[in-house]
Design a protein. Sequence first.
Length: 383
Amino acid sequence: MSVASVVDVITDSIQLRRCGAELTAPCPLHNGQHLGHFKVSPAKNMYYCFVCGKGGGPVDWLMQYEGLTYPDAIRYLGRKYNIYIDEEQKAPRFAHVKHSEPKPITLPPELPTLTLPLEMVTARRDTTDDTLCNFIRNLPWSETQRARVEKVLEAYAVGHARNGMTIFWQIDHLGNVHTGKMMRYKPDGHRDKESSYAKDWIHSTLARAKRLEYYNPEEQQMRPCLFGLHLIHSKDVKLWDVNIVESEKTALIMAIAHGVDKGLWMATGGMQFLKPEMLKPLFDLGVNITLHPDHDGDQRWRKRMQELGYTYGRDYQVNNWLTEIAWREGVDSPTADCADIVIRQLYDKQRSGTIERLSDIIKRNPAMGKLITTLDLVESGQQ
């Protein structure tokens, strides 16, 4: 029955709490004790529990939670929405269903945010053998940009795990370490998605090792924050400009490419983490927020921000100059982000400089030009 609202039907039985664009509650289908596992989406008109795996629409809820049969569920919705059901059979259990008095539940208190000791960050700061960091170091930066490389890696507290993964520490504007996102990269700077162990989290490794002195899932809750948020109080940065990208690697490369001229660069770590609680510190501090979507992500970012209740032009801006104007069809990837464009421009400039140097050599020594042509070196330099 398409007219039925899953939120209306579920709130006939339990209380829901707002969680961004969705609603949540301890899962009543398996007597859950924690918020966040059971989600109700008004936009999709569906509910789902990430623990017990049960989900569906209004009819599924009545069958799973109230124990109604499919015909009884249809009759319930017909009566609730004043829709005539053309059949004579009465629902034997229909009278037992409560229609407007929600079943009282006690919502558990929210768990305190996980805070890890700063020593974990400092103990993993040596990135000499880190694959991603070395890729970034070896890019053809200008002299000015190259002078920023180590400063940026240090400022963002990039770390290196013993298993070879890069650690992107999430440290908030108050200096609290929330967790660390661990990623495995190839020498070419791309994520090693083929590896069976390509992504992990510091708090997950602590949970698996049962290091309860650092992280107890029953007593603490990991709440992600923007990568680079701790830099918001840096004195030599324009606090009124914050640029947000999706990838941590992109934030690092853009910070090296532009320095602080364009403000701070921060990363969400993925569209799924873009939530009001992640952006709240920025709005509280009154900074200007500019989103930098991927080439194919402009509408997706705008839609997400609209779902979260933010207004373009008032709450945030969008800058897609690199991924739209500077993007080159047939050269750049359809999913390229601003860092991909910057890297391509760096290599374009390097090739251009090489060709100019060859031309200068040929002018001063024509015999060298004949040798280069004979050995096909000019064409090789242009590749």
